[in-house]
Design a protein around this ligand. Structure first.
Ligand SMILES: *[C@@H]1O[C@H](CO)[C@@H](O)[C@H](O)[C@H]1NC(C)=O
Ligand SMILES: *[C@@H]1O[C@H](CO)[C@@H](O)[C@H](O)[C@H]1NC(C)=O
Ligand SMILES: *[C@@H]1O[C@H](CO)[C@@H](O)[C@H](O)[C@H]1NC(C)=O
Ligand SMILES: *[C@@H]1O[C@H](CO)[C@@H](O)[C@H](O)[C@H]1NC(C)=O
Ligand SMILES: *[C@@H]1O[C@H](CO)[C@@H](O)[C@H](O)[C@H]1NC(C)=O
Ligand SMILES: *[C@@H]1O[C@H](CO)[C@@H](O)[C@H](O)[C@H]1NC(C)=O
Ligand SMILES: *[C@@H]1O[C@H](CO)[C@@H](O)[C@H](O)[C@H]1NC(C)=O
Ligand SMILES: *[C@@H]1O[C@H](CO)[C@@H](O)[C@H](O)[C@H]1NC(C)=O
Ligand SMILES: *[C@@H]1O[C@H](CO)[C@@H](O)[C@H](O)[C@H]1NC(C)=O
Ligand SMILES: *[C@@H]1O[C@H](CO)[C@@H](O)[C@H](O)[C@H]1NC(C)=O
Length: 560
């Protein structure tokens, strides 16, 4: 969040290694924002690739199921995707033989080091999420990633597909914490002493917390009050050097924290000093390597260097990066992150004309929310944009998180979001794939503190937690809602249950009935969030009127 670190402005002005065009002009997301400069194409946009004509290509990718395994575990898994694509891959031979296996890819996943196979099997073409187990004892524990390669071939034919990945197989830790990402479902899993040293699903939900006016006080009561709201995580804007007692208290009460490196992330001595201080904490769940490197047009190499050093010193925790721009060198700036956060702050902005006295559009100006419309829907659109870019790039999708707006001011944001707007934006974020929440900025108003506490108390705990972190989803649901497109719904499944989440992202009630298809559901098991009284009838969840800015979650039992 740019204005809070005003000292960075001087650093940026002195930095001649920025990305984009006209690097000597004041820019944000590659665009000039002060009056007196001409508009120009900022560059760095990801565009849909040109489809390859002819039959579809087969795109083969794989990943270890979890971003890391420990030598206390017995089995690992690989996830193999073999999708048809118009953009990426190699043409699949059009095998007309009706024989069994004609439409399967035969593959072997081998260690690069010695070509020993870990898994040999087949997958149907045009399928994703195929899981294959292997014995971890085939690997040697190491602090370095172990490189693996997949070779694939049609039933009769030469191996044409290769894909590479790497796997961490780490010595288990006797103290401190470990976090891993589920590369299939996107959620985080965390273990420490408080979890009995077993991995548990973690939906991190909290705030960036100020040093001045909060952490600087060294007052543990204030941290306890924060946790008592139901928030389970924090990104403290301080360091061990300045706030060791605060981190010790977070360890004590298991308030999970993301360690902030943004102030000095380009200084690798600073990064090293801080990672060494933080890496064995009980409550650390990740590092925040850098904040808005895309907005600042930082050199692409800076986040890469910081992330690689963090991983070298501490392979047990993921690295997060916050991106502020809608479409400015997404590929380069997101690449070093294990998970990406977007900080879309759309409430109370003028999306078309800025405090700097210029228009805002895709080539000009800064209105506080890049290429936004100034509506709650901007949050969902940004998460969808990121997922679309990843598919255009042919990338394995990264885990995503949302940074909600819990502030106003600075000439961009006229007002705070209301309680209902905050809930709408966060639930929209979940519906569009967010797996965690870090809001800017604590301390906030009593109303927003309570609003976040209420939602966090529900989504960070069972039964909702299991769906949002470990469920199959979110899958979008097409809703019948009196012709309006502001009603957004998604579902997740776990075993024989389904979580349905419905948001009215509009400022008026939707009358005339809202129906959410749920054909396989037999009964409503619970309504963990919201006060909408859904009925399950004729294969749909329905309600005669969906109030303005309503958010609701329903758990349904499924047939079979
Ligand atoms: C494969 O060949 C069959 C028969 O020639 C044809 O109908 C079909 O469209 C082809 N499929 C692809 C993906 O090219
Ligand atoms: C591959 O699968 C997708 C998603 O299920 C489907 O939409 C598409 O038609 C399939 N492509 C082919 C060539 O079968
Ligand atoms: C934590 O475990 C490491 C080895 O895994 C050990 O070096 C270190 O002393 C331990 N620290 C504490 C506080 O027990
Ligand atoms: C808070 O604790 C830190 C670290 O122990 C110390 O350096 C600092 O002086 C303390 N601040 C106050 C206001 O007591
Ligand atoms: C710590 O914070 C609590 C809650 O705001 C306050 O009541 C208490 O006086 C503070 N303690 C100190 C030593 O400032
Ligand atoms: C880099 O960080 C180290 C350790 O915090 C510090 O001593 C040094 O002054 C920093 N260098 C610069 C150029 O800021
Ligand atoms: C944005 O600011 C411009 C210029 O002050 C003004 O004309 C326009 O009405 C404002 N738009 C909104 C939505 O406030
Ligand atoms: C953005 O606004 C500037 C200033 O009004 C204008 O020159 C430019 O053409 C606009 N860009 C687009 C893409 O509309
Ligand atoms: C649909 O909503 C409009 C108001 O937007 C309302 O006038 C109309 O009665 C509703 N339709 C039905 C079938 O209730
Ligand atoms: C409903 O169940 C059928 C059969 O098990 C399955 O194919 C279908 O995908 C399910 N639909 C939903 C929305 O889960």
């Amino acid at each position: 969040m740019r204005v809070w670190s005003s000292w960075l402005v001087a650093a940026v002005a002195a930095n001649c290694q920025q990305t984009g065009h006209h690097t000597d002009w004041p820019r944000w997301c590659g665009k000039v924002y002060e009056a007196g400069y001409p508009s120009f194409d900022p560059g760095g946009q990801i565009l849909p690739p040109t489809p390859v004509p002819g039959p579809p290509l087969l795109r083969v990718q794989f990943r270890p199921r979890y971003s890391l395994y420990l030598d206390s575990e017995e089995y690992g898994e690989f996830v193999v995707n073999a999708e048809f694509s118009q953009y990426h891959g190699t043409p699949w031979p059009n095998i007309t033989s009706p024989s069994e296996g004609a439409n399967r890819l035969i593959f072997s996943i081998n260690l690069v080091e010695n070509d020993n196979p870990l898994v040999q099997n087949t997958v149907p073409v045009n399928s994703t999420g195929n899981i294959f187990r292997f014995e971890l004892s085939r690997l040697k524990p190491s602090l370095e990633p172990i490189r693996v390669v997949l070779y694939g071939a049609p039933e009769t034919g030469v191996p044409t597909w290769t894909a590479t990945s790497s796997i961490y197989y780490l010595p288990d830790k006797q103290n401190g914490s470990v976090t891993r990402i589920d590369n299939l479902k996107g959620g985080l899993w965390f273990k420490n002493a408080a979890s009995g040293r077993k991995f548990e699903p973690l939906l991190f939900y909290g705030f960036y917390a100020s040093y001045d006016g909060f952490l600087r006080n060294n007052n543990t009561t204030e941290i306890q009050q924060y946790a008592d709201l139901g928030l389970n995580a924090m990104t403290p804007l301080t360091t061990y050097h300045d706030s060791a007692p605060m981190f010790a208290y977070m360890d004590k009460i298991n308030l999970r924290f993301m360690y902030n490196l943004r102030e000095g992330y380009k200084n690798l001595t600073y990064v090293e000093e801080n990672v060494l201080a933080a890496r064995n904490a009980e409550a650390i769940f990740s590092y925040w390597a850098t904040d808005e490197p895309d907005g600042w047009q930082d050199p692409f190499s800076a986040p890469v260097a910081a992330a690689s050093l963090i991983r070298k010193l501490d392979p047990y925790h993921p690295v997060a990066i916050t991106l502020n721009c809608q479409n400015y060198y997404f590929a380069e700036y997101s690449e070093p992150a294990d998970f990406i956060m977007e900080d879309v702050y759309p409430i109370g902005i003028n999306a078309t004309f800025s405090k700097w006295g210029t228009a805002c559009n895709t080539t000009y100006g800064d209105c506080g929310c890049d290429n936004c419309e100034g509506t709650v829907q901007d949050v969902a659109s940004r998460l969808d944009d990121f997922a679309r870019y990843e598919s255009w790039l042919g990338r394995w999708p990264k885990t995503k998180a949302h940074n909600p707006q819990s502030f106003h001011g600075q000439g961009y944001w006229l007002r705070d979001p209301s309680r209902d707007e905050e809930h709408v934006m966060n639930v929209l974020a979940f519906n569009h794939g967010a797996r965690g929440i870090v809001s800017w900025l604590w301390p906030t108003s009593a109303a927003l503190a309570a609003a976040h506490g209420e939602l966090a108390s529900v989504v960070t705990r069972p039964p909702v937690l299991q769906f949002l972190v470990g469920g199959d989803g979110p899958n979008a649901i097409k809703v019948r809602a009196n012709g309006t497109d502001v009603v957004d719904a998604a579902y997740w499944t776990v075993g024989k249950q389904m979580l349905v989440s419905v948001v009215n992202g509009g400022y008026v009630d939707v009358e005339g009935g809202v129906e959410v298809p749920a054909s396989n559901a037999t009964v409503i098991a619970s309504m963990p969030w919201g006060s909408v009284l859904w009925k399950l009838e004729g294969g749909s969840l329905s309600v005669p009127l969906l109030p303005a800015l309503a958010t609701s979650m329903v758990i349904l039992d499924l047939r079979g």
